[in-house]
Ligand binder design. Structure first.
Ligand SMILES: NC(=O)c1ccc[n+]([C@@H]2O[C@H](COP(=O)([O-])OP(=O)(O)OC[C@H]3O[C@@H](n4cnc5c(N)ncnc54)[C@H](O)[C@@H]3O)[C@@H](O)[C@H]2O)c1
Length: 421
């Protein structure tokens, strides 16, 4: 393919070298004349192991040209890759100036009589909604309402890491492709034909958000590891050993477990032990802001779930909540988020019934009983059996733990809180 790359920084130039290696012809467009001069003299303006050789190959085989002006170069191109910077603006958002400007340049340079649309692939990291709310309107302004006949807009986040960027380009952890209709793009399939990685084709917004989620998660991991490390050092515990044991657990720790957006955490262990670690961290002066924030984040989520299940609900609606314990197949009510939700629903005037086959108020004992009755004194009146759960009519059924899968309920609306849609 003939590919135009806008922005020859870390992402664009590495992409240029790797695409040359794959046999494509590249034209790089970069406003910085100094960068262009360096590339033409056979040197990469950025240090990336192996990149000089790939660029030299492209120049020698005349499959790499670089320029400051797009001119009419797009006429011969199948694809345009946008790799311009999106640095932080003063308010913390991404500065979208370069994205907007490069989109305008492409819209003005693309030939309106193209037989096949130019596939414009955005690789820069942008906030969700950028293609729909910023980029598409720019193309529409210059090319008219049927601009999709001339350009195919695709969002395709970049996952490479500097210093191992070439290796990462050919072995990405995944390929994410966002398209207008969420369906595969022929050109993208062709572009990635030789790369073996799971491919996810989705809408623009999901694809745009992916990179944010990944980078934030990586930051959470680093901050968490360092907070634990600080406590270890202060308590004369080997941080290295604790880390080794922690990462060896691929079942619960380094795994998708505890990672699904849905219910708040609760039960007899997580809140209690997080609270105790907050206490220890304070005691040893570790200043663990991330761990400190967990309980507040969990409370915010409980509030969110209440708003989420009750939106558009008539006053005094009849609600059946499935699951009261902190998880299915357990009668442990201590710090169960469901108890908290039930309490909020009652105090807001809804008519609540609860079905949880594992919970029998008459059989609760000790701390479990104390917690349940002090936080939900009407628990015995609220609990219903399977016959009532299936036999009565409800305005809303809230499935908090998957109990619904074994039931037939009569409800105007069903909301699942254990898995957000
Ligand atoms: N660096 C990374 O490791 C990495 C990894 C994944 C994603 N990203 C994302 O990719 C994007 C690019 O990152 P980078 O590190 O390569 O940035 P960079 O600053 O190194 O390169 C961006 C280049 O775009 C050029 N440019 C600006 N306006 C232009 C225009 N109108 N036409 C052509 N070129 C133009 C700039 O002169 C610059 O050389 C960012 O959104 C970044 O968040 C970066």
């Amino acid at each position: 393919m003939k590919i135009a790359i806008f922005g020859l920084g870390y992402v664009g130039l590495t992409g240029a070298g790797c695409l040359v290696k794959e046999g494509h012809s590249i034209v790089g467009i970069e406003p910085h004349e100094d960068k262009i001069k360096m590339i033409l003299s056979g040197h990469s303006p950025i240090y990336e192991p192996g990149l000089d050789d790939l660029l030299a190959q492209g120049l020698a085989e005349k499959r790499l040209t670089v320029t400051t002006q797009v001119g009419n170069l797009l006429a011969e191109c199948d694809v345009a890759l946008v790799c311009v910077g999106t640095p932080s603006a003063s308010d913390g958002s991404h500065n979208m100036t370069y994205i907007a400007e490069v989109s305008r340049q492409i819209a003005m340079a693309v030939n309106r009589d193209r037989i096949r649309p130019l596939t414009v692939i955005y690789r820069s990291t942008v906030r969700p909604g950028t293609i729909d709310d910023l980029i598409a309107p720019i193309f529409k302004t210059h090319l008219g309402a049927d601009f999709r006949k001339v350009v195919e807009l695709v969002y395709n986040p970049e996952f490479l890491r500097e210093s191992v960027a070439i290796q990462d380009y050919f072995n990405p952890p995944k390929i994410v492709v966002g398209t207008h209709d969420g369906l595969p793009s022929e050109r993208m399939t062709e572009l990635y034909a030789n790369i073996s990685a799971p491919m996810f084709v989705t809408g623009y917004r999901e694809a745009e958000f992916t990179k944010f989620v990944d980078n934030t998660w990586h930051a959470v991991k680093v901050a968490f590891a360092n907070e634990i490390g600080r406590v270890c050092v202060q308590l004369d515990i080997s941080a290295k050993k604790v880390h080794e044991i922690f990462v060896s657990d691929r079942k619960l720790n380094i795994s998708p477990y505890y990672m699904r957006p849905g219910g708040a955490f609760g039960g007899s262990c997580l809140p209690k032990d997080v609270r105790a670690l907050v206490h220890i961290s304070e005691e040893v002066g570790a200043f663990n802001h991330l761990v400190d924030s967990l309980l507040r984040s969990n409370e915010a989520h409980k509030r969110f779930l209440f708003d989420y299940v009750t939106r558009d609900l008539p006053a005094k609606a009849r609600i059946l909540m499935l699951g009261l314990a902190f998880k299915a197949e357990s009668d442990d009510l201590r710090e169960s988020p469901q108890l908290n939700l039930a309490h909020r629903l009652i105090t807001s005037g809804y008519q609540l019934s609860i079905f949880d086959p594992a919970v029998k108020p008459t059989q609760l004992l000790g701390q479990n009983m104390g917690y349940a009755f002090s936080h939900l004194p009407s628990i015995s009146d609220l609990m219903v059996d399977r016959d009532a759960a299936e036999g009565n009519e409800y305005d809303l059924v809230i499935d908090t733990n998957g109990t619904l899968s074994g039931l037939t309920v009569n409800a105007a609306k069903v909301v699942h809180t254990h898995t957000l849609p």
